[in-house]
Design a protein around this ligand. Sequence first.
Ligand code: ADP
Ligand code: MG
Length: 248
Amino acid sequence: MKANQLQVKQIRLNIGGVSILNDVSFSLSEGDRVGLVGPNGAGKTSVINCITQFEKRYQGEVTFSNKLLNKENPQDLPKYKIIRTFQNLGLFNELTVLENFYIAAHQSFESKLKNVFKLEKEVKQEALTLLEHESINLHDIVSDLSYGQQKIVEFLCALIQRPSVLILDEPAAGLNDFEKNRMIEMILKKQQELNFSLLVVEHDVNFVSTLCQNVVVLQSGELLCSGSPEEVFKRKEVIQAWIGESNV
Ligand SMILES: Nc1ncnc2c1ncn2[C@@H]1O[C@H](COP(=O)(O)OP(=O)(O)O)[C@@H](O)[C@H]1O
Ligand SMILES: [Mg+2]
């Protein structure tokens, strides 16, 4: 059996007397691809914020390879190779694609000043390889790219940090079907090459079913159920809670 890599244990989050998350537990093992799904406002992004320590007001435990992360700061998470993307794109719009790669790499690889040039040379080389089959140029300004291209750049900025756990918050939101399929292909290909485990928040049932081996369903901050996509998406309570109200 594979060892648990990332564990979320009995997370509770109350903000201003409102319960946002209630007793949420699940885990991710090496090489897993887990989908975190649920209706809008279910608490999916809040779970990611707790895992990555952007949200500190929670109770419960988050561990990585049995090390407690609760006391860490969000900027320390890349040290553990836990890398996330943001629902509303975490890119610097006025900068070039390459500059965004540099910033991502600097967040992850503490570089002493004398090594900056070496790091940036390596990053540039790697960025060129990552963008090989894309119609995106290293010197393009991010805001000049289509939304789909920006989503790809954000994903690649996460990859350049060599994640061991990659957390994607709605990587397919706003993409058309063609772009969604490309995103799935790209994630699967890169996972094979780079061997990270994946936690992905997404609304699209087809996207999650194609990509993930396991699904965790949240509703109103509570874990409704979990299991394989085939099993979970058939359940009456899941259809009632979520699929019925979504665009599927
Ligand atoms: N920082 C915050 N302060 C107060 N309420 C919040 C905060 N972040 C999220 N919430 C609330 O928590 C609930 C869950 O939000 P969120 O985690 O963003 O859901 P999801 O990602 O599943 O759509 C929502 O009702 C939202 O309004
Ligand atoms: Mg969200």
